[in-house]
Design a protein around this ligand. Structure first.
Ligand code: F1P
Length: 346
């Protein structure tokens, strides 16, 4: 529902309308660089945003943690656009980063869930995610809505800047429209995921690996698990494994391998083989119909077909469910993890 409510009002008559952007086509064409700044899950949405905005709209993007950005004295270039992503709109570091960017004359767009929050008030323009109130501390639906907002923005920018063909634009749009229903269908696999999660309630640590967009989703899958189950986990860009993490793989260590990008399959498969040789149990999250993944992984979860740029919206669902059922199985309070606050205002 969060994704549908974020997409639908802006998708009318085959056009993407983001009036609240407050930018003319000329303004959009002038953007030389985008700075995405956020914390936690919102930061992970921003990393996906970088892949999508650079890949489709061909605008250079830097993604920063707000807590780093505000102190690192960045070089501001003219015609930059800063995008601050925040569910609560009250996160202190994100708000400070917003002020910092504005003080240097950078236009700021907020992607915010809470209407009238500080970030929404202080940004030059606000694109709301319509995810409704977040009751649970760990962000889930707002994260999915943030991805949807970033996809809309990307398609709008790509179209206005004339960097994609009309056919490609229409095909991306039609994939976008299908996402809410596909997400709903994925929720139907919850029993299967619960059964799988129950095998790992006593795990000490786990790993999430992926390349490109799959790396971005690995980061969020790993964070959700840590936040609500207190099992240590790490997300690794699959190609980086051999530079460190591989030494931590032992017999039966669970490695969740994200493999949704067809052009990267051979590489990801070779990483799956590497960790399996060291005893790992591999759960793959992939698209339908790829026998090679099936042959090499120990357990496979399939996501429905969508454009390569949108797979994170689908792949996150089994990962969130997995973290949820691990937390539940360990008898924890899923909605109120220890030591975590809904909005970090200091
Ligand atoms: C950022 C965030 C959340 C996380 C937790 C603490 O909040 O890191 O992603 O789930 O609630 O804060 P926000 O700026 O998106 O409100």
């Amino acid at each position: 529902k969060a994704v549908r409510d974020t997409l639908n009002p802006r998708l009318k008559d085959k056009e993407i309308n983001i009036e609240e952007l407050g930018m003319s086509d000329e303004d959009i064409c002038k953007i030389k660089k985008i700075l995405i700044i956020a914390c936690g899950s919102a930061y992970h949405a921003g990393i996906t945003g970088k892949y999508v905005l650079e890949g489709l709209a061909r605008i250079p993007v830097e993604v920063d943690l707000a807590s780093e950005f505000r102190y690192r004295n960045p070089i501001y270039e003219p015609d930059s656009l800063a995008i601050i992503i925040s569910q609560s709109g009250e996160t202190a570091d994100s708000l400070a980063a917003l002020r910092e960017a504005k003080n240097h004359g950078v236009r700021v767009l907020g992607i915010v869930n809470v209407v009238g929050s500080s970030i929404a008030r202080e940004a030059d323009n606000v694109m709301y995610t319509w995810a409704g109130p977040e009751i649970s501390v760990a962000t889930t639906k707002a994260y999915s809505a943030q991805l949807a907002a970033l996809y809309l923005l990307t398609l709008k920018f790509a179209k206005v800047r004339g960097v994609i063909t009309q056919d490609r634009y229409l095909s991306l749009q039609s994939d976008l429209i299908q996402l809410p229903e596909q997400i709903e269908n994925l929720l139907g696999m919850k029993e299967k995921i619960q059964r799988f999660a129950n095998r790992y309630l006593a795990a000490d640590h786990m790993f999430f690996i992926g390349r490109g967009i799959d790396y971005a989703i690995s980061l969020e899958g790993s964070l959700k698990l840590k936040e609500i189950s207190y099992i240590h986990s790490e997300a690794y860009a699959a190609g980086e494994l051999k530079h460190g993490t591989i030494s931590l793989i032992e017999d039966n260590t669970l490695v969740v391998a994200l493999a949704t990008q067809e052009q990267l399959y051979p590489k990801t498969i070779s990483n799956i083989v590497e960790v399996k040789t060291r005893g790992a149990f591999v759960l793959a999250v992939t698209n339908f119909g790829h026998k090679e993944i099936e042959k090499n992984a120990d357990y496979v979860i399939y996501i429905p077909k969508t454009d390569n740029f949108f797979t994170n919206s689908l792949a996150i669902v089994p990962l969130q469910l997995f973290a949820y059922y691990i937390s539940l199985g360990r008898g924890l309070d899923v909605d109120k993890p220890r030591n975590l606050a809904k909005s970090v205002t200091v």
